[in-house]
Design a protein around this ligand. Structure first.
Ligand SMILES: NC(=O)c1ccc[n+]([C@@H]2O[C@H](COP(=O)([O-])OP(=O)(O)OC[C@H]3O[C@@H](n4cnc5c(N)ncnc54)[C@H](OP(=O)(O)O)[C@@H]3O)[C@@H](O)[C@H]2O)c1
Length: 308
């Protein structure tokens, strides 16, 4: 029987994905899922409804087209279905450029120069010392490790924190809940690249963010539910934190009345730090389907118990 690939991605144009999948597997059927569609072997998904999974009991693998699988793991999956994530697929370089840009903009005070220049003022500021700007990266996975290495290229002191112990050249690595406090206390800038799991939900709160060095700066590029919004605002208003750049929010789009929009120390971007690149992703999914078809192992299988 010919292989059947189904596509169920919210807010995503299906046709270019289907064209790419059909080109990779000319013998296969590839189409957009609708209720009552025949059972498929593989699915390409982003935020599918529960009904989709209820009606697709034969799926061998679900390919999630974003890096985060938190929304997918809220659903009830067919017992034999594995979730497979993309391996980077062009996201980590985007994340590295976003975070390096943010850190350098803050470190070099470009926002203040812009304000001065806007009123015709020719001014200089005393340069900060890199030694006074240790950066911490929460999560040293596909994205966090790339970001940590990129920051090292600019000679910032870089710390990282992960669940299991790591060795990354030039990066001071910490791991496990017992080392989180000493990690935070050694950082002034904090970059969040953790997956959203029951263990990491609300991890950016008054207690953890208070441990950053005075003048701390937060960059949240992982998930909005990592951050306790009111705690961030309180620490910015008290002066302990100097600012924050937020790309992800508990509710997206960020509601018009949310205080983050107007807060003078918060900058907001619309969940755009690392986008899924279609052609890289299709090539990877095709490679993984072919490998699974040959009975070979593939990288990126999500552990539903661990949550990422
Ligand atoms: N804003 C955007 O546009 C955007 C784009 C892509 C992704 N994201 C977000 O970025 C997240 C990270 O992506 P990724 O591909 O780098 O994930 P990943 O490869 O799965 O890496 C996750 C990292 O977090 C660590 N970790 C997980 N749970 C932990 C815990 N309880 N304590 C300490 N460390 C923990 C892991 O430790 P181990 O290494 O020990 O397992 C690993 O180093 C995604 O889940 C997604 O939410 C956002």
């Amino acid at each position: 029987m010919a292989m059947n690939i189904t596509f169920c991605c919210t807010n995503t144009k299906a046709e270019p994905w289907l064209e790419g999948l059909r080109a990779a597997f000319p013998q296969a059927t590839a189409g957009v899922w609708k209720p009552g569609a025949p059972a498929a072997d593989y699915a390409v998904v982003w935020a599918p409804p529960q009904q989709f999974l209820d009606e697709q009991p034969r799926l061998k693998a679900l390919f999630n087209i974003g890096a985060g699988v938190d929304a997918l793991l809220q659903l009830k999956l067919p017992p034999a279905t594995r979730i497979v994530r993309l391996d980077d697929a062009g996201m980590s370089v985007q994340m590295a450029e976003y975070v390096c840009h943010a850190v350098i903009r803050h470190f070099r005070e470009f926002d203040r120069y812009e304000r001065d220049v806007a009123v015709g003022k020719w001014s200089f500021r005393k340069p900060h010392s890199r030694a006074d700007f240790p950066i911490g990266v929460l999560g040293l996975g596909v994205l966090g490790e790339r970001v940590a290495r990129a920051l090292r290229a600019f000679e910032f002191p870089v710390h990282g924190w992960s669940r299991s112990a790591k060795t990354i050249e030039g990066v001071i690595c910490h791991s496990g809940p017992e080392q989180v406090n000493s990690f935070l206390g050694q950082c002034r800038v904090l970059v969040n690249l953790l997956p959203l799991t029951p263990e990491t939900r609300d991890i950016l709160n008054r207690e953890t963010l208070s441990q950053l060095q005075p003048g701390g700066y937060l960059i949240n590029v992982a998930r909005g539910a990592h951050l306790v919004d009111d705690d961030l605002i309180a620490l910015l208003d008290s002066g302990h934190l100097a600012g924050a750049l937020l790309d992800v929010f508990r509710t997206e789009p960020l509601p018009a009345a949310h205080p983050f929009w107007q807060h003078p120390k918060i900058q907001v971007t619309p969940h755009t730090s690392a986008r899924t690149l279609r052609s890289e992703s299709i090539a990877q999914i095709a490679g993984k389907i072919a490998a699974l078809g040959r009975g070979e192992p593939v990288a990126g299988i999500v552990d539903p118990v661990r949550g990422y």
